[in-house]
Ligand binder design. Structure first.
Ligand SMILES: [Ca+2]
Ligand SMILES: [Ca+2]
Length: 255
């Protein structure tokens, strides 16, 4: 039974079919950090410091001044339904800072997950909604307030009907909204900064960022959260131990 639990956790973390990109920040070289999903959406690192004391293994520390990570635009990053998940630890909650943004000057299909002081806000742009800045925009002030110097896991999903926010693996709130991502966004995806203009720089640590082309359900989000609770080396050790245990037991049985 244990082995199956390990396999389920592993599949949620690194090999689910609907995973588009996964940056665990375990590696860093030539200004790039790898997309562990195998889809090649490696992130370019601008100024951020690669640190070993992330939420799970390595992470990036951003200075709140001009640091950030950028991923080239790709059709994979513009799904009709989506989920995004990440850990963040803010060192400053006095300004507006971006967590994860995919935006092209307010065009349809953009999203903007950010902190307004300590409050998490999800801003999406689509073909319906109220008009702001010459486009249709729905800015959702979620009411969730992040804590200074503490790791928070945030995930949101869009299923074509609603935007749902999950905090630390649990359902937090839902916002019925028929906006959402689609193929018209051409801007790059950014982490810890705005994607359209040099602004909204995040001050703190960011870790375990993933992006999906389906709206993950509550169980899957909880799995993502739980998976990341165990540090990567420990998790790998548990996984290997689980396989050995399973093999040894079957060998004994077959004798
Ligand atoms: Ca800097
Ligand atoms: Ca990590």
């Amino acid at each position: 039974m244990k082995i199956f639990i390990f396999l389920i956790f592993l599949s949620l973390c690194v090999s689910a079919d609907s995973m588009v990109a996964y940056w665990d920040f375990s590696d860093y070289g030539n200004s790039l950090t790898s997309d562990q999903s195998g889809n090649g959406h490696h992130a370019s690192v601008y100024g951020a410091t690669h640190v070993s004391d992330g939420y799970s293994g390595n992470a990036f520390l951003l200075d709140g001044i001009d640091d950030g990570l950028i991923v080239d635009n790709h059709p994979n990053l513009n799904p009709s339904y989506m989920s995004a998940s990440m850990w963040f630890k803010p060192y400053d909650l006095s300004t507006v800072t971006a967590l994860m943004v995919h935006r092209s000057d307010f065009l349809v299909g953009s999203f903007f997950l950010y902190l307004d002081r300590d409050q998490i806000v999800l801003d999406t742009f689509g073909s319906d909604g109220f008009n702001e800045s010459g486009s249709y925009r729905s800015r959702w002030y979620t009411g969730y307030r992040a804590s200074l110097n503490q790791w928070t896991h945030v995930a949101f999903t869009y299923d074509g009907t609603a935007r749902t926010l999950y905090i630390n693996g649990s359902y937090y709130d839902q916002n019925l909204e028929d906006l959402g991502p689609n193929a018209s966004t051409t801007q790059f995806l950014s982490i810890g900064r705005d994607s359209a203009v040099d602004r909204y720089f995040f001050n703190g640590m960011i870790d375990e960022v993933s992006f999906w082309n389906t709206a993950l359900n509550q169980q899957e989000i909880a799995g993502l959260y739980a998976c990341n609770i165990v540090p990567e080396p420990v998790f790998l050790w548990m996984f290997v131990t689980g396989i050995l245990f399973f093999l040894l037991r079957n060998i004994r049985k077959s004798r």
